[in-house]
Design a protein around this ligand. Structure first.
Ligand code: E4P
Length: 219
């Protein structure tokens, strides 16, 4: 299972990378805006800065919603660095763009996926990654994890090569359940990755070991 961090914050990306378990980064226009990044040159420079931190797979999202615009923008994004994966929304022209980039050997991440039907379309169009948003489905009383299981089953039926990238992951149990179901990748905030570390028995056990060691050393 791969871990991607879902942020445009360089400090958080560095922290996750330094932990040694990071496989990539996903961003979106809202996350870029949160960091105060705007304007074509600044946006591209920020993507480059992210690429310089990690080993591979940095999702950079197009803003255009028409085919020609997405192709132009996607090609420009892909030129920033070999690590860039062009993020394309699940809309009609987006499906055409996925197909185009597949034929050009440019990796894509199909975003804003909320149904199995959309997942089938993206896989048939040759998306490299598929991002079902599980937290946003949970928010409106649909079962996001159930969708991951459904897509996983469909992709196995037909041997689709598109990797399931569980997105909108809000907490550690989302991540663990995605691992049980067999999602290829999970993208989540730093606190979800570091949250996996936590267990009270680890903390109390370590405190006891250190106290016993100090006691013995003091004899
Ligand atoms: C994924 O690519 C998206 O950037 C992200 O996971 C959305 O998460 P949110 O629903 O917490 O905004």
């Amino acid at each position: 299972m791969k871990f991607f961090i879902d942020t445009a914050n360089l400090d958080e990306i560095r922290e996750a990378y330094d932990l040694g378990v990071l496989d990539g980064v996903t961003t979106n226009p809202s996350l870029m805006a949160k960091e105060g990044i705007s304007g074509d040159a600044n946006v591209k420079a920020h993507y480059k800065a992210i690429c310089d931190i990690v080993d591979d797979k940095v999702s950079a999202e197009v803003i255009s919603t028409d085919f020609d615009g997405m192709i132009k923008e996607g090609k420009e994004l892909a030129k920033i660095d070999d690590k860039i994966v062009v993020k394309i929304p699940m809309i009609k022209d987006g499906v055409k763009a996925l197909k185009y980039f597949h034929s050009e050997g440019i990796r894509t991440n199909c975003t804003l996926v909320f149904s199995a039907g959309q997942a089938i379309l993206a896989a048939k169009a040759g998306a490299s990654y598929l991002s079902p948003f599980i937290g946003r489905l949970d928010d409106i009383s649909y079962d996001g994890l159930e969708l991951i299981g459904q897509i996983s089953h469909i992709y196995q039926n037909y041997g689709f090569e598109t990797e399931i990238l569980a997105a909108s992951v809000r907490h550690t149990m989302h991540l663990i359940k995605c691992a049980e179901i067999g999602a290829d990748v999970v993208t989540c905030p730093l606190k979800v990755i570091t949250g996996l570390l936590k267990h009270p028995l680890t903390d109390s056990g370590l405190a006891q070991f250190l106290a016993d060691h100090a006691k013995a050393a003091g004899k």
